[in-house]
Ligand binder design. Structure first.
Ligand code: HEC
Ligand code: HEC
Length: 472
């Protein structure tokens, strides 16, 4: 009987793996397939930007393959520049962008980490390289577009060893055994894994686009980690900053305050992004927690008018402080909110119960998930760099947030990190901004209504308040 080619390949791969592991190449085979060598960074910031959160076993992509994919499948990317076109940022001298961890499990693999979403960038002139702010919210990363790029590449008939190996050999010199391993095992298995992931994420096809700087944060956890049924909810939310967390003690975490322990929010951040109970790297996560406790938002990068600030401060105290100042009676608490309610539909008591039971008897047992009925009123530290605003990122600038909802922009572009010092947010119109992703407030979950605080102030008062907000 003729074996179908796919089965023949699998058999060759199996035989090869057996030879590698048991036979003459026992030691070498172990090295090539299983040896774990994870980097420990001396600085907490580097650990945050490049360290592992434990997803390389399950979702890691072989580094040499990952490196050539944007070149081989450039037709599947939104623009030039490889992974940068999806909103990733490379620091000079690094092998991977910020937020990508490169670790060895047998062979070098890459996975995402917290910093891919929780690192902000900004520029004050179009031609300067971006200032990178670990711990800030990414306004650029289009994480669904990254996943779709991988899914679409894996589904392409060109995703074969024959087609990919020449490009990979151009960037890396493979030994003979290593080459066989990639050809018969690593590339086919990676393809299968990515396609399986695409199926697991099939629910995203029905969702409004996430776009730059937003994700649907809880559904993946519900369906994949907790095994709850697909429920067709969508709750796209804006990335949050993870800075100055020491001062946020006692706050509720996540936009809807579904968690009251930072420690648990950090651990679930790893599960939500591909770590498993077996791979959960508690020591690394402890370093991340230490880092985000301490790291401070950057100072506003341009001149501040101190006279105006003095006028703005009492306006803030009178209109905003109870909900937004550190020490304010309602700061960090879940409040009834008249902003878009869609995000609240994705989390349920059943999901909270399931997550609280998920780690029972583990050392990292999670107990503080809950269901709420409103949004957290956050402290405003580093608010100048947290645009677009509100939980769904529906209001591009602080100036727009102080405008009556009817006067707020209804369509704009997200993902361009040039700072708009006149309106306090990012530039959202014009040719360069249009390389980002469109945002339409008419789409379900995208409403820019509500949060009327400050909208009745006079133009002078607003100007003074905005000047004060630059100092937070
Ligand atoms: C793919 C993007 C992404 C990745 C990766 C990611 N996060 Fe988040 N994170 C978000 C978004 C978006 C939110 C807001 C979600 C919501 O509540 O709607 C968030 C919220 C949080 C919060 C709540 C912050 C607050 O003040 O309310 C914490 C804490 C957090 N993440 C920690 C982590 C940690 C730690 C990691 C890595 C182990 C991580 N996240 C990885 C996107 C991400
Ligand atoms: C009664 C409580 C309350 C008052 C008063 C209040 N806010 Fe808010 N604010 C909230 C809540 C709740 C949210 C979150 C809403 C959401 O994300 O949908 C919020 C969100 C925000 C955000 C968005 C934060 C981000 O990271 O996107 C900004 C900026 C803000 N408020 C500024 C102000 C200013 C300025 C004032 C005073 C003029 C003010 N707020 C008054 C409750 C309040």
């Amino acid at each position: 009987m003729e074996l179908a080619p796919v089965w023949r390949n699998r058999l060759i791969a199996l035989a090869l793996a057996a030879v590698l592991l048991l036979g003459f190449g026992g030691y070498q085979g172990y090295n090539l397939l299983l040896r774990r060598d994870f980097v420990n960074y001396t600085s907490l910031a580097d650990q945050f930007k490049y360290g592992s959160i434990g997803n390389e076993d399950d979702e890691g992509i072989p580094y040499w393959l990952w490196l050539v994919l944007p070149r081989v499948f450039s037709d599947k990317l939104p623009g030039a520049g490889g992974y940068a076109s999806l909103g990733m940022t490379w620091e000079p001298g690094h092998e991977v962008p910020v937020g990508i961890s490169k670790q060895t499990i047998g062979f070098p693999r890459v996975g995402i980490n917290c910093a891919i979403c929780h690192t902000a960038t900004f520029r004050t002139t179009p031609d300067q390289p971006p200032v990178i702010v670990p711990g800030g919210p990414s306004s650029k990363l289009d994480s669904l577009a990254y996943l779709r790029f991988l899914w679409s590449a894996a589904a392409d008939e060109r995703f074969t060893a024959d087609y990919l190996m020449p490009s990979m050999e151009y960037v890396h010199k493979f030994g003979w055994l290593e080459k066989q391993l990639y050809r018969y095992l690593v590339i086919p298995l990676t393809r299968d894994k990515i396609l399986k992931q695409a199926q697991e994420f099939a629910w995203t096809a029905q969702q409004p686009i996430w776009g730059a700087g937003r994700i649907d944060p809880m559904n993946r956890i519900k369906f994949k980690v907790l095994g709850l049924p697909i429920d067709h909810t969508a709750g796209n939310s804006d990335m949050t900053p993870l800075w100055n967390m020491q001062q946020h003690k006692g706050f509720a975490y996540h936009w809807d305050g579904l968690q009251t322990s930072l420690h648990e929010a950090v651990i679930s951040g790893a599960f939500g992004n591909g770590a498993t109970k077996k791979s959960l790297p508690l020591a690394n996560l402890a370093k991340i927690e230490e880092f985000i406790d301490q790291v401070q938002p950057p100072a506003y990068p341009a001149a501040i008018d101190r006279t105006l600030v003095t006028k703005g401060e009492p306006i803030f105290q009178a209109n905003c402080a109870t909900c937004h100042a550190f020490g304010g009676a309602q700061t960090g608490q879940v409040l009834n909110s008249d902003t878009d309610p869609q995000r609240l539909t994705v989390w349920s008591q059943a999901a909270a119960d399931a997550y609280n039971a998920f780690g029972n008897s583990e050392t990292w047992d999670l107990q503080k998930f809950r269901k709420t009925a409103g949004y957290v009123s956050p402290s405003l530290d580093g608010i100048w760099l947290r645009a677009p605003y509100l939980h769904n990122g529906s209001v591009p600038t602080l100036t727009d947030l102080l405008a009556k909802p009817i006067n707020r922009p209804t369509t704009f572009y997200r993902g361009y990190d040039l700072y708009d010092a006149d309106r306090l947010g990012f530039v959202t119109t014009g040719a360069a901004a249009k390389k980002g992703t469109p945002y339409d407030t008419k789409i379900s979950g995208n409403s820019n209504q509500g949060h009327l605080y400050g909208t009745d102030l006079s133009p002078d008062q607003k100007q003074a308040l905005l000047e004060y907000l630059k100092t937070l």
